[in-house]
Design a protein around this ligand. Sequence first.
Ligand code: GLC
Length: 653
Amino acid sequence: MTLRKMKLFIPMLALVAACAGAPHGDTGRYADLDGSDWPALTSPMPLDPAMEARIGQIVAGMTLAQKVGQMTQPDVRNITPDQVREFYIGSVLNGGGAWPNMKKDASVAEWAALSAQFHDAALRTDMTVKIPLIWGTDAVHGHNNVRGATMFPHNIGLGAADDVEMMERIGRATAQQVRATGISWVFAPTVAVGQDRRWGRTYESYSSDPQLVARYGAAVVRGLQGELTGDGDVVATAKHYLGDGGTFQGVDQGENRATRAEMITTHGAGYYTALDAGVQTVMATYNSWNDVAAGENHGKLHGDRYVLTDVLKDRLDFTGFVVSDWNGIEQVQGCDKTRCAQAINAGIDMIMVPEDWRAFITNTIADVEAGRIPMARIDDAVTRILRVKMRAGLFDRAVADSRFNGQASAIDVSALAREAVRKSVVLLKNENAVLPLRADARVLVVGASADSMSNQTGGWSLTWQGTENTNADFATGQTLLAALKEQLGDADVTYSADAAGVDVAGYDAVIAVLGETPYAEYNGDVRFPAPVQHSLLHPTDLRVLRAVADKGVPVVTVLYSGRPAYANDLINLSDAFVAAFLPGTEAGGLADVMIGTHHDFTGRLSFVWPGSACSTGEHAGDVVQFARGYGLSYGDRRPVGVLPLPATPARCD
Ligand code: GLC
């Protein structure tokens, strides 16, 4: 091993040792914070003097244009490799729906080839010391942008598995998928603590329980980053800092009105453990923070020095870098997509400027030259970016120098995903032990979701919103209908998407598969004062269920949803009811627990399940139908009985 590698290797040992000391899921040190102050953390990776000296020399030799270029992150749709060289760009990303040459079915080899073009270009600048590029991607439930890649259940389902060890394995598998495409940075884990199910990103949160989020966030960081320099390691991102899951009325990118104590104990929980696990990047959040109780309005947090620098970089001793969200700087008062001295001065180190990156570079150089941004802040940002790149080994090995690079087989991690599906679905009702079905059962399957890869994978699946896809776009994976046919035999499975004119006589059971249609971010918000009731939002599902219910044949309902859905009307029409959340590509895992006795239901709700259409979480007045931690296994004979059907008002005031 060369001296230089040895120099880099030493910090790795520190990281591995630090993480090794934290047994799986150890969050004890932060579980009982009283909210009086932020915990004082010490970075698990002490600054390496040799590395810091090397970084200092590089920064000292950089022009302002080269420094600002290093802080700029365009989307690959809006920049060429040669422009990366020309403008000294430090990073690129592929936002949801961006594929090589805009081919949705681009192969792993095509992804890896485009990556090589960008990475090679970055090393062809006229700089004295060439700085390698880092490419970021949203692999939030597997490498979800890539056709053929296994997609895991979304976080809301994984939270129901409550399996920290599996989460670390999912992180490792995801990192392997991502390295196959020549990418080395993942914008995950999301450590939001979802508080209001009207939020369109509820499904990106593991739980409303901060301690589960804390356990999971650390595990996923360990899985993704490994030792940071290995073939299957990527840089991870804790996001969205801070308080994205707690906005008023669940409005995405809205106002979080938490007290400082609530920010510390609830919304900060996932960061302390992720930082202890050595996470190297943090993504700033769109939301604002208005501590109404204290009369302190921090405004949009992309521009707030207190949370980005005083808390994160000083008190929590974060030595990696902060990346903005997509055009996040434009939401800061007085800023736009192309300019925001306030955000950079507050502590944003890398700016995600997907389209307007040229203007941003020009304006930011002007801001520095005019003294609106101190050069010391620019140097600190560039130092942090170079530090992460060195810790990740990018200065020593090309990203393509990995056994996974270009390997199509590396994106198939279906066995693990199927295990995750089995563990992430929750049995809410099972009257008269309708489930499990016998292996020789004859079933009628109804509901369009039974044969919809889109409804089972949700948002962030091939496209940003998860829409505009057909089953054929998912080169691998299995719908529940296909899985039932595989396990029961084609002859014993009859399918009717709309249940029109079906006769249930002669079947052992009916399986009704209902579901939301895909959405991402604010497109998934249910805006105040609208009630949140599945059958109101998706009336076809209620019609389908009514067509087969109460006809003398047991009905097993499976619901795909990105949020705990008020569904007492649907549950009352069902003999068994499975909350499947968004299971991803491997619905075979659902069939595994529904048929035979090889696998039992072990999933337990990680959010409360509402008992009325206006109950949005665990707020005063909310009705809880099933508590967090609820879920049946086959041995449970507790009847659920007929659930109350409180009137659903037109407005939830
Ligand atoms: C989005 C999301 C963020 C994602 C980023 C890049 O707006 O808020 O989670 O990582 O843009 O796609």
